[in-house]
Design a protein around this ligand. Structure first.
Ligand code: SF4
Ligand code: SF4
Length: 384
């Protein structure tokens, strides 16, 4: 079992005396921002069980065009694991393509045309009942020529399956950068125009270009980007929704311009600010080859313009994170990724990003470093 960090332990002790479920939304969101899913679900186990005694939440999890990495990331959540988290939050995971039991009209040679074994029937019934949260992982192709037939499951374009599932959903959570903005599948290429991969609510940075807009469906959507998404971002967002700490009418105020919960993707905070290698950056000491211990900026690190709490929350049970492990941040949480970060492992100062110019962003980062570390370090970094 992974130990909580001292900071989180102190926070948990402080919050222990507070009736968590009576917290106002703002305090709640701050609390989940600094706690991991394990601390959150572990500390407030009794309160959550009481609050959810009779309230089961149905969840439908659909897969579009993707690598299933976000599900794998979630399944790697160790404490609690996915099953424990679903049990604690009283979630009925109605359907999840990759982890549901064997399904079909024929099952082990027997005709089993009922909702228990045939997920098509189960989904139809659930859609009719409504009152479920829809999670979408993966992007949705619109091509060729608006048919969506670049992804067909059971002879049905995924675009149509999404329309059926989205119509009666209470809310939609787009998990991963593909579902949020199109991600890797929508990267610029010779065939990108034909395939026309979309996110649920966004197409890259365009908030009017998502598949829901194309389908004429208006639903509240929360984006949890990341390639993959952090299990805490997913579980804590779902937990907050299930506990009604995020109400539908609250969504616009808790997300940024790109539909991301500000608590996990702070608009005024970048991964760079809490990077374990930050001291090297401030002193202008950079690795020129992989495998070193210094700042990875010259190896293409894009963390100064990546808005996420990776540096605080860390990954794999708070053990490490990309830059700590020696991998330059590739800005996987940003709309327009991966194009906005390409080439990934090359220092670049000439590409635009999310309405800002990398050169400007780099100068802002340099300016922030100057305040902290003194101008001489920055001069050394710039090679002056
Ligand atoms: S540029 Fe990257 S490696 Fe360097 S301090 Fe910032 S986040 Fe860390
Ligand atoms: S450190 Fe950067 S690349 Fe790694 S998960 Fe966070 S935002 Fe993505």
């Amino acid at each position: 079992m992974v130990e909580m960090s001292t900071g989180i332990k102190n926070l948990v002790r402080t919050l222990d005396s507070v009736d968590f479920l009576k917290m106002d939304r703002r305090t709640f969101m701050k609390a989940v921002g600094v706690m991991g899913a394990s601390a959150f679900l572990g500390t407030y186990k009794t309160e959550i069980v009481n609050a959810l005694e009779f309230a089961e939440t149905k969840l439908i999890w659909m897969h579009g065009s993707e690598c299933t990495g976000c599900s794998i990331s979630l399944l790697n959540a160790g404490n609690p694991d996915l099953v424990q988290a679903l049990q604690k939050l009283n979630v009925n995971l109605v359907f999840h393509e990759t982890i549901c039991a064997q399904q079909g009209i024929w099952n082990d040679g027997k005709l089993v045309n009922n909702a228990e074994f045939n997920s098509e029937i189960l989904l139809e019934e659930t859609y009719k009942e409504g009152n479920y949260i829809l999670v979408v992982e993966g992007s949705i192709p619109n091509g060729p020529n608006g048919t969506g037939r670049y992804l067909v499951i059971g002879n049905k374009p995924f675009k149509e399956s999404l329309a059926e599932a989205a119509k009666n959903a209470t809310a939609i959570v787009a998990v991963g950068t593909c579902a949020s903005y199109g991600g890797i599948t929508s990267a610029d290429s010779d065939v990108a125009e034909d395939t026309d991969y979309r996110g649920v609510a966004f197409s890259k940075t365009n908030k009017n270009g998502g598949m829901l807009q194309e389908l004429g469906i208006d639903k509240p959507v929360i984006n949890i980007p990341g390639c993959p998404a952090h299990p805490d971002w997913v579980l804590l967002t779902l937990g907050a929704m299930i506990l009604e700490k995020i109400k539908l009418e609250d969504i616009p105020s808790i997300v940024d311009d790109y539909g991301r919960p500000k608590v996990f993707y702070p608009p005024d905070h970048t991964v760079h600010e809490n990077c374990p290698r930050r001291g090297y950056y401030d002193r202008g000491e950079f690795d020129e080859e992989v495998g070193g211990e210094k700042c990875l900026w010259k190896l293409g690190c894009k963390a100064p313009y990546s808005h996420a709490d990776c540096g605080i929350r860390r990954w794999n049970g708070s053990v490490s994170m990309c830059t700590q492990a020696g991998g330059p941040c590739i800005a996987c949480v940003e709309p327009g990724w991966p194009d906005i970060a390409r080439p990934l492992f090359v220092e670049r100062e000439d590409v635009g990003i999310v309405g800002a110019n990398i050169d400007t962003v780099a100068k802002v980062a340099v300016g922030a470093a100057a305040v902290v570390a003194g101008v001489h370090a920055v001069r050394r970094m710039k090679g002056e």
